[in-house]
Design a protein. Structure first.
Length: 101
């Protein structure tokens, strides 16, 4: 849970298997909002139930925003590598390495 002045970036796995990445200053509240489905036009609305599979805190809005934007640009394989906690493999994936054949 982010502390005072902290921001969190998070990845949600949706019921259809897709991933949603976002950022917030109140992770618990933001996840509750996703789960409640407050906005029928939101990506996650028709894809509930949802599961938070990764989150990380940042000390500033700018750091969190940069991280969120970076993750949103990643392929599924790289997101799943982050979710598994295999951060050592991320640079290889950034260079275009892949386990696909």
């Amino acid at each position: 849970m982010p502390g005072q002045g902290a921001y969190a970036v998070y990845i949600i796995r949706c019921a259809d298997g897709s991933y949603y990445t976002g950022m917030t200053s109140d992770l618990r509240l933001r996840i509750a909002e996703h789960e409640q489905g407050l906005d029928p036009k939101a990506y996650t609305y028709p894809r509930r139930p949802l599961l938070v599979v990764w989150s990380e805190e940042f000390g500033s809005h700018d750091e969190a925003f940069r991280c969120e934007q970076q993750i949103k640009g990643w392929r599924r394989e790289k997101k799943e590598t982050l979710i598994r906690g295999n951060t050592d493999a991320l640079p290889e994936l950034a260079r275009g390495g892949s386990s696909r054949r």
